[in-house]
Design a protein around this ligand. Structure first.
Ligand SMILES: [Zn+2]
Length: 316
């Protein structure tokens, strides 16, 4: 039972009434107290897990998950919804972007984790070993980091769960979808256990706005209607699948001058951008290998391996 596990790691309770339970969970063998909200529906249905803040400064997703925790009424829910809005809590509170400050690891690259490992690995093990066995569907909310900009998009995860992940992805209102075979991310790990999983990306640049949060919430509400957790008909959006995606993470450091903005389409052979030295000299020109579209890219003038330079995929 999910509740038995939550009770075993419960640190303190903020509220417990009429099907809603809120408080803090202690990640075993760490100092981390993670806020949680468990909404237990009035009738049976699927068990949905929503996480945000696996990357600490992705504020649109964190704020959307916090609002959902406050808004969602148990009387309207079939099944249950567990919301963990700030997974990398020490990174969030120290405004350390992307990594867990205590071990400087990217939490979304250490799954399935290790309960005896470093702090990131312990958080990952807490999710994969403690919570994943009790859920039917997983949505992990993200943005790009403060040095990047994006067009909203999603990743659906597979192997055993790929068909149901792909089907669910059609109900998210973003222009592009990408099939992922990652196994060391939270969604990839869940998908390997047979749990359909989606990662939704909205926002970035270390900021958040009402309209972005509202769009992310609309995605989650529509997903809950698709899953039968909420009543009502889910709206079909069918994002375009990009294939052969390239995430340029190995490149010479320098100043980045993009030629295309995120979300824009390009033709094979067009320049996507230049890395230049401090005197304007071209260190590298990135040429499109096919017709495609840009998903996200570095937004700061300086580019190095801390963030991907640019990510794009094929449109045909
Ligand atoms: Zn992220």
């Amino acid at each position: 039972m999910l509740e038995d596990f939550l009770d075993s790691v419960q640190q303190s309770i903020f509220a417990d009434y009429d099907g809603k339970k809120q408080g803090y969970l202690r990640v075993p063998e760490t100092q981390y107290n993670l806020p949680f909200t468990l909404i237990k529906g009035a009738s049976s249905g699927k068990n949905l897990l929503i996480t945000a803040g696996i990357h600490s400064c992705e504020y649109v997703s964190i704020e959307a998950a916090l609002r959902l925790s406050r808004q969602l009424k148990p009387s309207l829910v079939h099944g249950s919804v567990l919301i963990l809005p700030i997974m990398n809590i020490s990174g969030f509170q120290s405004r350390q972007t992307t990594v867990v400050p205590e071990d400087m690891k990217n939490l979304n690259r250490v799954f399935s984790g290790d309960p005896k490992g470093s702090n990131s690995e312990k958080i990952a093990a807490f999710l994969s070993g403690g919570i994943f066995p009790h859920i039917d569907f997983y949505a992990d909310l993200h943005c790009v980091c403060q040095f990047e900009e994006l067009v909203p998009h999603l990743y659906f995860y597979g192997d055993k769960a790929q068909n149901s992940s792909a089907e669910a992805s059609k109900y998210i209102n973003v222009p592009f979808a990408v099939r992922s075979s990652s196994t060391n991310s939270a969604c990839g790990c869940a998908a390997n256990l047979g749990i359909p999983s989606l990662l939704i990306e909205r926002g970035g640049n270390g900021i958040w706005s009402e309209s972005q949060v509202s769009d992310m919430l609309s995605d989650i509400y529509n997903l809950m209607r698709y899953l039968g957790i909420l009543d009502g008909e889910a709206k079909l959006f069918s994002p375009k699948e990009l294939t052969g995606c390239k995430f340029i993470d190995d490149f010479p450091a320098g100043l980045w001058y993009p030629e295309k903005s995120s979300g824009s389409y390009f033709k094979k052979g067009e320049s996507l951008g230049f890395i230049r030295d401090a005197f304007g000299g071209v260190i590298k020109n990135y040429i499109a290998p096919y017709d495609g579209a840009v998903l996200y890219q570095t937004a700061s003038l300086w580019a190095d391996s801390f963030c991907d330079l640019i990510a794009f995929g094929k449109t045909d």
